[in-house]
Write a protein that binds this ligand. Structure first.
Ligand code: F6R
Length: 589
């Protein structure tokens, strides 16, 4: 949530570089943006409401500067206005700040600063930080003043600060992502690696409660003790083009299509490690699967897989609800955190609780080096490559693949599980052809003007129905809801009227008869049934064929619905990569 990008080096086009970097981070927040640079011993500011992607950089002359910081905003405190857009500056325009996260004690700090005569121009929590630095800087150096200000902040944050007359960026973080990219006599700081991967693959991770002063050489400090910390430069192995759209119109369709090979990549893990983690699950006094949004639905689906494949009970709790159930966690419990970004605040909080209780943590994540990766006892990287569309697609199916593999491993059938997933990956490759996409687009044309639609599923495909509804809601903005097929008759069936589209996810297993009966109940009340199933059925008005994937059915069933959501979004003239009100990587609670 909120994208941060900064440059310090010898190039005089820092502003230009920062805007280009922010454009790559726009998926993290896109209601307003801004940059700050040093110009004639003062801070220069450029701030705009709207998407940075729409800014015509080619035809805009930016002032020359070797240092700049920038921010693409997802509003938390204060409306979407130019005054609330970051960076924020002090009255003398000597200091500038960008910030991602929430400063919990900002009211108290703001009151204190107002009593001292500072005036505020925005409604943000961020502005307090810049005045606090300016206040401490009356009697201290920029570095000391920033250290003192940061020490006073409560909450989660990633912050960058600059001073107009110093070639220096100070970065600090607690709970929000921030990574330092190390080039040849130049540095980049960003919320996410893909933003600077075209400049350098060398990174230094900034950990929680750390601050780094970047000038000729970066110096890391612990925020609390002030002690200097030794850091390593790590070389990352992503290719720059994996973070680009290439020939595709949107990242979402590119990422859906990448599922032709992301499942293979996900399951390409060392057997010994998977078996070891399966052992940890078997030994644990309670396993808790935790995730938010789509990742939460993956956890929910996995609970059915563990039950069916491994005859093992696992608990599922969505990240934001975890605090109310944390008392069930014991020292010997295992928390499995599922997350694409590895930065979701609610999931991170659950991990923090688990660690204080002495429970072990296994993270299943996409972003290597993310907070979850670094905080967990064990990590499985799903290796899906950068996922830039806000709506999660390829990460979802890769997470499902990993959890399916773990369920099989818990039943000492890892090889069988892997075989199933390899076969499924092959079937997905065949399925995702242009004819298939055309068929789904034609269906999208047919239903694009409906105001509501429903998705039903049973057993492991019930959470997939819930996930399908999330996909449809977030990019098409059609009111979509997912239900367990058997629940309809207990109330929701009253929502069905003539022609209402209802997707029935029908797996070729013991649930088939029941879910077909539920679909028939909907059809009898006028519903238009779209069946997602390996075979056509009488009750279907429209059939979307999927491979018969046995216990991997959740993986194949969600893919056509991702495609449907994408085409509905495009036909309804929505931007599927940047849906309204949302942002990738939810780093606030
Ligand atoms: C929906 C979506 C979100 C995320 C959720 C958790 O398509 O992407 O619901 O799944 O915000 O994010 P991660 O997986 O990064 O923890």
């Amino acid at each position: 949530m909120c994208g941060i990008f900064a440059y310090s080096g010898q190039k005089k086009s820092a502003g230009d570089l920062v805007i280009r970097g922010l454009k790559k981070l726009e998926y993290r927040g896109y209601d307003s943006w801004g940059i700050a640079y040093s110009e004639n011993q003062k801070i220069g500011l450029l701030r705009k409401v709207g998407k940075i992607g729409e800014f015509d950089l080619e035809n805009t002359a930016l002032p020359q500067s070797t240092l700049a910081i920038g921010h693409s905003r997802w509003a938390t405190h204060g409306g979407v206005t130019e005054e609330n857009a970051h960076p924020h500056v002090d009255a003398q325009k000597m200091f500038a700040i960008v910030h991602n996260g929430i400063i919990e004690n900002y009211k108290e700090l703001r009151d204190e600063l107002q009593r001292k005569g500072y005036t505020f121009k925005s409604e943000t929590d961020t502005e307090t930080i810049v005045h606090l630095i300016a206040d401490y800087a009356k009697e201290n150096t920029f570095v000391t003043a920033t250290k003192m200000a940061i020490k006073r902040l409560k909450g989660r944050f990633a912050i960058l600060a600059i001073k107009a007359d110093e070639q220096k960026i100070i970065a600090a973080r607690r709970g929000s992502p921030l990574i330092l990219g190390v080039g040849e006599n130049e540095f980049f700081i960003a919320s996410d690696i893909p933003a600077f991967i075209n400049h350098t693959k060398k990174v230094m991770y900034i950990d929680d409660d750390e601050m780094v002063v970047v000038n000729e050489k970066p110096h890391f400090y612990n925020i609390h003790s002030g002690e200097e910390i030794e850091k390593r430069v790590v070389e990352i192995n992503w290719e720059p083009q994996s973070a680009e759209k290439g020939a595709f119109e949107h990242f979402m369709i590119k990422e859906i299509m990448e599922q032709k090979d992301t499942i293979y990549r996900a399951i390409n893990q060392k057997d010994s490690e998977i078996l070891h983690l399966a052992d940890e699950i078997k030994k644990a006094y309670g396993t808790f699967l935790i995730g938010c949004g789509t990742a939460g639905k993956v956890c929910h689906a996995a609970s059915y897989l563990f039950s069916k494949v491994a005859k093992r009970h696992v608990n599922v709790i969505v990240g934001s609800e975890f605090p109310s159930q944390q008392d069930f966690l014991k020292e010997k419990s295992l928390v499995i955190a599922v997350s694409q970004s590895g930065e979701t605040a609610d999931t991170l909080e659950a991990i923090e609780v688990a660690k204080t209780k002495g429970s072990k943590v296994l993270s299943i994540i996409n972003v290597e080096g993310s907070s979850m990766d670094r905080m967990s006892d064990y990590a499985i990287h799903i290796k899906a490559g950068p996922e830039k569309a806000v709506a999660s697609t390829k990460a979802t199916t890769s997470q499902l693949a990993i959890l399916t593999m773990l369920a099989y491993a818990c039943d000492n059938r890892l090889t069988e599980g892997k075989r199933l997933l390899i076969d499924t990956a092959g079937e997905i490759n065949d399925m995702l052809n242009p004819r298939y996409e055309k068929h789904i687009r034609a269906l999208a044309e047919k239903i694009k003007d409906f105001e509501s639609m429903y998705v039903i599923g049973k057993a492991v495909n019930y959470p997939i129905a819930l996930e399908a509804a999330i996909k449809l809601q977030e990019v098409s903005y059609i009111h979509a809801e997912g239900f367990a097929g058997g629940e309809l008759k207990h109330g929701p069936i009253a929502l069905i009227s003539d022609g209402t589209p209802c997707i029935a996810i029908v797996a070729n297993d013991e649930t088939r008869t029941d879910i077909l009966n539920n679909a028939m109940e909907v059809k009898s009340r006028g519903g238009f049934i779209i069946g997602v199933s390996p075979q056509n059925e009488d009750v279907f008005d429209q059939w979307i064929k999927v491979p018969d994937a046995g216990n991997a059915s959740p993986i194949v069933n969600i893919i056509p619905i991702q495609l449907l959501a994408y085409h509905l979004a495009v036909l309804r003239q929505n931007n599927p990569d940047m849906p309204r009100n949302l942002a990738k990587s939810v780093t606030v609670k």
